[in-house]
Design a binder for this molecule. Sequence first.
Ligand code: 3PG
Ligand code: MG
Length: 758
Amino acid sequence: MKIGINGFGRIGKSLFLQLLFDTSFDIEICAINAIHLTINKIENYLKYDSTHNYDKNFTINIDNEDKSYFNIVYKNKSHKVKLFSERDISKINWNVDFLFEASGAFLNTNDCLKHNVKNVLITAPVKDNTPTFIFDVNHTNYNSQSIFSCASCTTTSISPFLKYIDTHYTINNASFTTIHSSTSSQYILDTPNIHSKSGRSSRSIFNNLIPATTGASSAIKAVLPQLDGKIHGMAIRVPTNNVSLIDLVIECDKYCNINEICENIKRLNSKIMRIEEAELVSCDFQTTTFSTIIDKPSMIQLDKNKFKVLIWYDNEWSYSTQCINMSKYIYEKNFLNNNNNIKYNFINDYVSFKNKNVLIRVDYNVPFDKNGNISDNFRIVSTLNSINRILKDMPKRVIIATHLGRPNLKKSMKENEKYSTKHLLNEISKLLNKEVRFLENGVSYKTLNEIKDIENQDYLYSLYEIDEHVSPRLFNNNNKYPKIYLLENLRFHNDETDFENNYFNKENSEMYKVWNKLGNVFVNCAFGCSHRNHLSMYGYEYNSGFIYYDYLMESEIKALEELTINRENKRILTILGGAKIDDKLPLCNALLPKINNLFLGGGIINSYIYNQNHKEFIETLDLNKKTFLMNDGYGNSSLNEISKKNLNGYNIENNYYYDIGSSSIVQLYNLIHKNDIIFWNGTLGVVENELYNNGSKSLLNYLLKSGKRVIIGGGDSASFVNNYIKKSNEKYNLDNLHICTGGGASIDFIIKGKLGFD
Ligand code: 3PG
Ligand code: MG
């Protein structure tokens, strides 16, 4: 996990040191933002401290190449840390997974969104309703919230004890005063302070006891809502530099004996709460990692169900420990890639594309009819939600990139012309209802320059009100932003598909270099191509900017995970048909162990009959135990014949199967009956031909009425199903149906259980 720290005062520094010393925690400290610190002061700042005593056996070197970095090494573990000194946090490219917001300046979700980091932990109580978690108090309520607070040091100290007492004795009411060391928000000498509500907070911290408020009461409510209204507290700031003491009186519903409480807490063997029996003073608790230390000698039994207790805490160090404990919990939940917990970085409500240059990889590999019109736009329509979501944020620029078909680069440009993505331009522009500009030079330096020119020109136009009639705008877009571009077919570059080759050399690839410069946010929506290890799919490097998967990816992955990690004990039937046999058959070996039944039909049967290799392969699939072959249907010697013949078995005398027959369909229905989830990839007949689509139609009708979970994978099957439903008069309940935009991709996902390549 890559970690950043914003704000490098007492908490930021404590966090940094504890993260450095904890060599078991698999993290990299990557960046800090400290507005008052310069890189040549960093060593002095980290090695000396007026408060804490800690191990100084670490080395610090300023990076030779880039002086904004320093390398810090402790017990052989090193971190390369970038030092920012930036007041405007939206200018920082953190490039981390997890950020501790320790500046004290950003105390609500809106402000913290500016960091543009997936996980932000605020080390202070918040001013809005951003969720609050304290480790070992309510941390299990954490549910992947992107921005959250760890409350204050006082809340962190008192809450574990309150929770314990309330669980065992039920608290009626409690009141506390925290005798709190001074913090940097206070003044050394009396100083007028317009921000302070109370006249006392502007007074000198020397020689004064200063009554103050504490945000703890409201923060306690956030982590222990059952105690809302029962706890009240205040603070007295005192002239010590660290360690604080809560003086707490609790009245319970039940008889609560202080000795019994102490004995029971000792037995918990907790890492955060403990009993101190010695008679100690505040200095003795300096740099403790326990957030809640009960001072046993001073406990007083006030009544049968009422007692007084003092609780020690290190308001800097042990508070930071608890923030780190929370980050470890999130690391385990979100970042450890055990198979049951694969983390994809999906777009969520907190991600903002404002002012970003967004590069979007889509799969618009759509079919065209004979007249050159798009015959099915399902793949384009499926991405609109995501693209509109991105556009809504007002990015600076959006570049849409896709492959189209499989151009043969050994042939002439003219012969490949039909694969140009310019044929998609009108449809995309129509569906988005926006002007889209075509970038004919694809992923190249030329394109980078072209974009620069367009944007400069537009900038100039915006500066001078040029009369559009005299000099019409080159790019006639009323809104300056966002600009939308479509790149030429990605497969017009050799490097796109060469990327999967072990010898691919990034250093020599113009496409690779330019691809990583086209945007500072990369959004991958191309589920249909996720099984291809192509440059545009997996060649965008993390340090070029942010990487997200879009809503389409999210819905595909969620549906397919029902067949993998979220399968429970469900039985799966896979029906494979369609024409692209060479793509599918080799996958059967890997697929079979993951499913309960496999039914092969459609064009695959002709291949079984007429292709000796395919026949041999299919016969290795343990026929009739798990795998079933279609064995009757309709067909003829060619599709040009105007009638159809009844065909039976595998000796069909130079005829071909073009549709499934009644006895095979019955066999298939039996299999559907025996399984819980039906994954169907590839139609069972030549569905474009009216003579031969009855079988696939009956199967679909049966599936939609079966109440079973049905997942359709594949471009052609998806078109067939979408069309059938559109034209049908039946009212189907489609809640159980998911139509994937990718065929090969969905099979690949089921086999691997995840996206991407290792
Ligand atoms: C598809 O149509 O399956 C995807 O767009 C991937 O295309 P491909 O099979 O040519 O790689
Ligand atoms: Mg395909």
